[in-house]
Design a protein around this ligand. Sequence first.
Ligand code: AMO
Length: 445
Amino acid sequence: MMKRTYIAEALKLTDQQVLVQGFVDNFRDSKNMAFLVLKDITEKIQITVDKGSHPELLDTLGQLTNDSVISVIGIVKQNDYVKLHGVEIEPVSIHIESIAAPLPIQRKEVPATKKKAAVERSSIDQRIDYRWIDLRTDENQLMFKVQTEMVNCMRQFLLHRGFLEIHSPKLIGAASESGADVFKVQYFDRDAYLAQSPQFYKQMAMASGLERIFEVGPVFRAEKSFTNRHTTEFTGFDLEFSYIQSFADVMHLEEDLLTDMLEKVKLKYGDQIEEKFGVQVVVPSLPFPTVDLHDLYQELERRYHYTVDESEKGDMTTEAEQLSYRWVQEVYGHEFLFVTGFQADKRAFYHMRDDKGHSMGYDLIWRGVEITTGAQREHRYDILKRQAEEKGLGEDVKFYLDFFQYGCPPHGGFGLGIDRLTMLLLDLTIKDAMFIFRGPNRLTP
Ligand code: AMO
């Protein structure tokens, strides 16, 4: 058996015989000729069959359908009349690996022609029902290449700075963040919970003396939200590091990390992202603009007449988040905005607090959507215990409070939502940006 060649490679192997394998991306059959476009994860190539000289292939061609999987052995030919790369394969053999039934979804809108009416694209929910078919498009495959690059760049960035990668448990005996929005699961004869964040374990790693850690893993939130940016299970990119002097250290690390990542993503995929998604990858300038929440509300009111009740001003509303994008673009010509000065009682109990009653932490907003929460943590046992009690958290967090009884360095960190990052980079909704979306009404496929 011949070895398989990726199509991207085959395109360069003029006059050589190759074995290529993939999905039938397009199939045009006419009286004397048949034209197939074969697609694998790397590229597409045209297979041209002169039916007169290949009577032995007619039977196979008669069975072929779009999206079937085939193996083709043939000779690679340069041919200027071929639109796709000016290259075609003259087949020696075509073997059908798997026949595709008529597709149950329409992945893309087909515009009307003189002879045929337009065909509408299936809704995202219909497409998720058959997500594996939907994921075969060029756009979706590019999305995963981009996401892989994104996560890999961030991982490399941290590895170069001495961070260790940890893998913390997702089945836990107590709720990890606020106690609300947590999924309870049956764990033999008792209850367990799905981790709402690796928060407690990131901090345990600090108490373990690991100093600098990160984790990329699933995060569960039992939120009945139906927005374009909420899901019940997402991938978190979390990090934590010790001996910080303030949460500004955490912000600096994050802006450097994101800038480095966007630089690399732009270099590798910027053109393709623009072509397939119509969005420009913008490498941000450093430092990212920072605003105090109180000042931001004043600015939004002054400039856009946006007002909220005094009682809501300790936290960021969704509208303020969206409007802040307009503001940061107008004032700084920037897509990112750090917001600080959140009211402590609106934030997690483990944030360190200043003497003005503010959390020593921040949110990072990109293109009007929150992508990160970060903070310096309270590492002093007595204060932390009191803050937990104020939030009504007692026995549940006892195991966590213990991490701080036997020596723990000052530390801070952040949690970044990978799905939101992908979604914002490519201007999609979260349902479009995930491998398979999970929401209150969605547990399959
Ligand atoms: P937070 O709850 O803000 O912070 O979550 C961190 C980031 O995770 C993403 N995110 C979500 N993405 C999709 N769907 C959701 N329902 C959802 N909820 C959150 C966002 C968000 O900014 N432990 C802290 C982090 C820390 O302080 O280190 C935490 O979990 O991008």
